[in-house]
Ligand binder design. Structure first.
Ligand code: GLY
Ligand code: MN
Ligand code: MN
Length: 440
């Protein structure tokens, strides 16, 4: 994870500080996780910490200190690892506090080894401590120790914060509406993610293994500069596509089957999340095409319904109506569409929601309801639109349809007057067949 610009991160700290009053916020990054012995999982910063710093090293904590009295300047303080020549020879470059302060624009920076000693002084005489209580018990204990450190100085006139609040709700509200920098970076993640899907379509041949198609995506993501996958990719041939989270990707792709790929990449911490379903052979059968067109039309209905002021669930409702009509047309369900929507029978073949926020986390932070009502879409929100039909073999599923699983997923940005679909891999029957025409 390496940021292309740092100013947006500083601007977010300033915004948050303006919102925090005289409080003190403590935002640690993620710990490194051992895989076995001295071998570690690839490091990924905590999303909240990254959102406010773009600082890539583990063992770092951001402290935001609001002004305690008029005239005191708000401060962004980083605690991070010291420079260490021996460690840098083995593990690579470390900024060190002074290097981090100047490179990332913090007001002050100290060694992470000084954190516990400095926290009581930083906490003293502030009304509020912003800390995500319960997120990590080791941190809860560390904070409690620091609070007791302040309380021990009561006779010296120091007061400990009386209120502990969760910063995540403030940050979630900020993260739900993307700024220009985030939109630009997510555009890159979408372009590279889309290129990966295109490469997989072009490479696909009957007899290949699902993991070999996964390798095409991985290759393209890294070749084009993404950090890697934004979640475990799903490459599901034939009826594997009816298992929503199938990701073992270990089976052979058969001529005559469809393959569903749900995969996205991560760029500077930001995810794309894209699903395409296409024929292993490059040509849809007429039955596959019938089902595919229903899913595609239901996606178009959701996209058409996505604009500012519309409740989050409205695009989902538009999708479900088109899919349910399709289920009736295919002979999967009997009855009126309104009746089937009412009794929920459609959930047998479409059991998930049509979208989620996407951003630093693939299922991004941010509430879906404000009060008791579904959030109203607003410009800057980024959402997936991912309808599907999953026709698991079973009673009432005609033989010709049994085992077909189709999902089509794009990422959209809500704009001033509608939305922009910013993932671009081919998705009409004609476009998919054209890119897969191996002799062309
Ligand atoms: N790839 C996870 C999802 O589509 O929600
Ligand atoms: Mn997905
Ligand atoms: Mn998704």
């Amino acid at each position: 994870m390496h940021p292309s610009h740092l100013a947006p991160y500083a601007a977010r700290r300033t915004r948050l500080l303006a919102d925090m009053g005289a409080g003190l916020a403590i935002i640690p990054t993620a710990p490194e996780r051992p895989r076995n012995r001295d071998n570690y999982h690839p490091y990924r910063a905590d999303s909240y910490f990254w959102y406010l710093t773009a600082f890539p090293e583990p063992e770092a904590v951001l402290v935001l200190a609001g002004p305690r009295h008029p005239g005191e300047a708000p401060q962004s303080i980083l605690f991070c690892r010291d420079k260490d020549e021996e460690q840098e020879i083995w593990q690579g470059f470390r900024y060190g506090p002074e290097g981090a302060r100047t490179a990332f624009g913090f007001d002050a920076a100290y060694s992470i080894n000084e954190l516990d000693a400095r926290l009581p002084e930083l906490m003293a005489d502030r009304p509020t401590l912003w800390h995500s209580l319960g997120h990590d018990s080791a941190w809860d204990e560390r904070i409690a120790t620091a609070l007791n450190g302040v309380r021990a100085q009561a006779r010296a006139g120091k007061r400990a914060p009386e209120e502990i609040r969760d910063l995540r709700s403030r940050l979630d509200a900020m993260r739900r509406v993307k700024d220009h920098h985030e939109i630009a970076v997510m555009g890159k993640a979408a372009a590279i993610g889309s290129a990966g899907h295109l490469r997989a379509m072009r490479a696909c041949r009957p007899g290949m293994m699902e993991y070999q198609l996964e390798a095409e995506l991985s290759y393209e993501f890294r070749r084009l500069g993404a950090d890697g996958h934004s979640f475990n990719p799903i490459v599901a041939g034939g009826r594997n596509a009816c298992t929503l989270h199938y990701d073992s990707n270990h089976q052979a792709l058969k001529d005559g089957d469809l393959v569903l790929i749900d995969a996205g990449c991560e760029v500077e911490g930001y995810a794309s999340d894209i699903t395409r379903t296409f024929p292993v052979s490059g040509r849809f059968t007429s039955v596959q095409k019938d089902v595919y067109e229903i899913v595609l039309a239901s996606q178009a209905a959701a996209i058409a319904a996505s604009r500012p002021g519309v409740p989050f669930m409205t695009p989902h409702e538009a999708t479900v109506r088109v899919l349910t009509q399709g289920m009736v047309d295919l002979g999967l369900l009997q009855g009126s569409v309104d009746g089937l929507l009412e009794n929920g029978d459609y959930k047998r073949f479409y059991m998930h929601r049509t979208g989620h926020w996407v951003g630093l986390d693939v299922h991004d932070a941010g509430p879906y309801k404000d009060g008791d009502s579904w959030t109203l879409l607003q410009p800057g929100m980024t959402v997936t639109v991912e309808p599907g039909l999953y026709l698991r073999p079973g009673p009432g599923v005609p033989e010709a349809l049994a085992g077909i699983g189709i999902r089509i997923e794009d990422d959209i940005l809500i704009t001033a007057d509608g939305c922009a679909v910013y993932t671009t891999a081919p998705k009409t029957v004609a476009d998919i067949e054209a890119v897969m025409r191996h002799d062309a």
